[in-house]
Design a protein around this ligand. Structure first.
Ligand code: BES
Ligand code: ZN
Ligand code: ZN
Length: 497
């Protein structure tokens, strides 16, 4: 599907579907909506009102023009209440129009630039949000399906305002960049564990850097990990037939870097729990346990195009967590890369063992700050539900920055505390630390565990266990399955620096 923005008069568009919008409870129509309504002798708004259309966000009213216009059909999309209006409404309105077109098998769409007129938002941001909404809504994971995925051919954003079109062109590019990152992550996370071994993630990293002068990658195999003392990665991997790898990608900007940031992702390609075996229901979605690394790879898939003035290090340790005669046992003690010892009481709390090494490694790169992303705890999903990521940090400013950047990028994140008084819950009688806390506050004791491996580098831990995968449709651009969550926030964070 081609998405573009151009100057033109919507009323004269020759198209299968003409998209205009309406705020909830507003008598005043926006310019384009008023013009289209006039071309239809006022019937669009009258009929829509008769049929109960109120302009609620995500609602639609479809009308055939019956030759009254060069467009075959007009779709009126609700933007919600004006006082609640934001780029998120723009994203959703664009996604809803794409979903409607897809359901009708429509090939050619011409849409108003939502938000730039009566919505009074900057045209570049509106265009970006529209492209994000359309691309993310259009996504389908069809690798294992016979039925082909049918998309519309063109989605044209049309505006009378030349200035809006010029800044909108940059917004369309921005939107494409962000979407590349999100969709790259979705594909990796949706891939079943049987086809997503640690080396597949290594290959994905190598594929991304190919031919890009700003990117390089270094891969550590099992032998190298043994020399480096990566007891966490080796311990988790020892029950699996698939060998472990650690991957270190680097992006260096063309100009001088303003900051150096390390992004660390959990990359457990399948989490059976190991000998602390999960019940079968809990295992059904555990192919998603590499979503943290998928977010990091998604960022790197888009970073050359985003071109932020930041040096970025992407690090993940890829392993599979399986039970076998060689598997790590409850009660075993391992030594992480920073020489701290860990009593492994539950082999299903494996993500933190892998992060113990990859965070220790990230510290050695001397970054200004570290952000890790991990589908780390079921407890986090209990606390914040399926749509919100928990942010834990040793640096209040960094935590605040991440939460507000997430809101800017249209993702939901919320800070949770690294409560000092809970640190004793992970004291071990025989090692420096144990890998589980008590029954309560499981997301926080996991965060406190990770803190043992970051020294005093400013660091934030993002527990994405809930939002990484949608068990149901979340919104018009987040269908069931992998979401690519956190990619937009990270790209936004890097581009804001
Ligand atoms: N990968 C899981 C966490 C998870 C749960 C992610 C649900 C996504 C959805 C993690 O490795 C795990 O199993 N954590 C345990 C920790 C416990 C044993 C302390 C958990 O949350 O139950
Ligand atoms: Zn686990
Ligand atoms: Zn896990």
């Amino acid at each position: 599907m081609d998405i573009s923005i151009r100057k033109g008069n919507l009323v004269q568009e020759k198209t299968d579907l003409l998209v205009v919008n309406l705020f909830e409870g507003e008598g005043d129509l926006g310019g384009a909506t008023a013009a289209v309504n006039a071309s239809l002798s006022g019937k669009l708004v009258t009929f829509a009102g008769d049929d109960g259309f109120k302009g609620k966000l995500g609602s639609t009213y479809l009308m055939h023009t019956d030759g009254a216009m060069t467009a075959k059909r007009v779709l009126l999309v609700g933007l919600g209440k004006k006082e609640d209006f934001s780029l998120e409404a723009v994203r959703q309105a664009a996604a809803v129009s794409l979903n409607t077109a897809k359901a009708l098998g429509i090939k050619k769409i011409s849409s108003v630039l939502h938000g730039a007129g009566a919505g009074e938002l900057p045209a570049r941001e509106c265009a970006r949000a529209m492209v994000e909404g359309v691309r993310l809504a259009d996504y389908a994971f069809t690798k294992y399906k016979k039925a082909k995925h049918e998309s519309p051919k063109t989605f044209d954003i049309v505006s009378k305002n030349g200035r809006d079109v010029r800044s909108g062109e940059r917004g369309v590019q921005d939107g494409e960049t962000y979407a590349i990152g999100v969709l790259f992550a979705r594909d990796l996370v949706n891939t079943p564990g049987g086809d997503m071994h640690p080396e597949v993630l290594v290959e994905a990293a190598q594929e991304i850097v190919k031919g890009k002068g700003t990117l390089r990658v270094r891969v550590y195999d099992k032998e190298k990990l043994e020399k480096m003392g990566a007891g966490g990665l080796l311990g988790v991997a020892q029950g699996s037939d698939a060998p472990p790898y650690m991957v270190h990608m680097v992006y260096k900007p063309k100009g001088k870097a303003k900051k150096k940031v390390a992004l660390v992702g959990k990359a457990v390609t399948f989490d059976s729990g190991g000998l602390s075996l999960k019940p079968s229901g809990a295992m059904e979605t555990m192919k998603i346990d590499m979503a943290g690394s998928a977010a990091v790879l998604g960022v790197f898939a888009a970073i050359d195009q985003l071109a932020p003035n930041v040096e970025v290090h992407g690090i993940f340790g890829a392993v599979e967590n399986m039970p076998s005669g060689r598997a790590i046992r409850p009660g075993d003690v391992i030594t992480a890369m920073n020489k701290k010892t860990i009593e492994v009481l539950n082999t299903d709390a494996e993500g933190r063992l892998t992060l113990a090494d990859t965070l220790s490694y990230a510290v050695k790169q001397k970054p200004d700050y570290i952000i890790d992303l991990a589908t780390l705890t079921g407890a986090c999903v209990v606390a914040l539900g399926e749509e919100i990521t928990a942010v834990m940090s040793n640096n209040a400013e960094l935590a605040g920055q991440i939460v507000s950047t997430a809101a800017q990028a249209g993702e939901k994140m919320w800070e949770m505390p690294l409560e000092k008084n809970y640190r004793k819950l992970i004291d071990s009688p025989i090692a420096d630390v144990k890998n589980i806390g008590s029954r309560w506050g499981g997301a926080l004791t996991a965060g406190l565990f990770l803190q043992e491996f970051v020294d005093d580098v400013p660091w934030a831990h993002l527990d994405i266990a809930g939002p990484a995968f949608a068990e149901r449709v979340i919104d018009p651009y987040t269908p069931k399955g992998a979401t690519g969550h956190a990619v937009r926030t990270l790209l936004q964070l890097l581009s804001n620096i």
